[in-house]
Design a protein around this ligand. Structure first.
Ligand code: ZN
Length: 249
């Protein structure tokens, strides 16, 4: 695919999944057997949402990265990552991939995903819903015209989102599915409050140790002083010590 030269096709050929990688996926809720659908990792959706929320006035865009795959339930598009379309220009309702955008995307593909494909694109419609405008259709037909490539639209103000899949030469909105990035069966780790396992650790511990040492020193000094003051009178000293200990306790 020459990213800088739009092709003149009006639509892609029919989907032929015989060459797709066989990649068994764990069950994804809502999957329709035999129907080609995009299965998006939750982390990709999160990134698109973050990108969209960062620009609530103007559209932003990027590409979707992954592989067309198949398993026992049929062909599907596995969307595993995305790349932001840096330097893309946008008016209020249109976004455009510039030559710089494509250069950046291709560099990121080579650097991070050399064994993956650009499987589609995403862009935002802040506040005006989910559809493909005339310009969107031009972009989709020009740059993403392989039968398994999808368009994803997200409205960061309304919160709605949708995927468009090629169907008989036209992009048609089809339900997409979400795959948790965590392995099946893995439960989220419960959040536990942070407890200081060394309550006497740090400066507080040092202060307490110094205080105890001072008390011991004071007690020794007091005992020695009493010994001298009593002048060797053992019984008086014992009585005085006894009284002092009772007071201390
Ligand atoms: Zn649009």
């Amino acid at each position: 695919m020459d990213l800088n030269s739009p092709s003149q096709n009006s639509g892609p050929a029919a989907l032929d999944s015989t060459q797709f990688d066989f990649r068994a996926l764990p069950e994804v809720a809502g999957r329709r057997k035999g129907e080609f659908q995009a299965i998006m990792r939750q982390s990709v959706l999160d990134e698109i949402h973050t990108h969209g929320q960062s620009s609530r006035d103007a559209e932003v865009c990027g590409v979707l990265v992954g592989m067309p795959c198949r398993d026992d339930a049929g062909p599907y598009l596995h969307v595993e990552a995305c790349i932001r379309g840096e330097n893309a220009t946008s008016a209020s309702a249109n976004v455009t991939f510039t030559a710089e955008t494509w250069t950046h995307i291709q560099a990121e593909m080579d650097r991070l995903y050399p064994d993956r494909k650009i499987v589609g694109w995403y862009h935002t419609h802040p506040g005006f819903g989910i559809f493909l405008s005339g310009m969107d259709l031009f972009i989709h037909q020009s740059f993403f015209d392989l039968p398994w490539q999808v368009a994803f639209v997200y409205d960061p103000l309304g919160g709605d989102e949708g995927s468009f899949v090629w169907d008989d030469g036209k992009p048609v909105r089809k339900a997409f599915l979400v795959q948790s990035d965590k392995p099946a069966g893995e439960q989220p780790v419960p959040v536990t409050p942070v407890v200081d396992s060394k309550p006497l650790g740090g400066k507080m511990g040092i202060y307490i140790v110094i205080l105890i040492l001072l008390l011991v020193l004071a007690l020794i000094a007091w005992t020695l002083w009493m010994l001298f003051w009593m002048g060797g009178n053992q019984s008086a000293l014992l009585i005085e010590l006894q009284k002092s200990w009772v007071r201390l306790c």
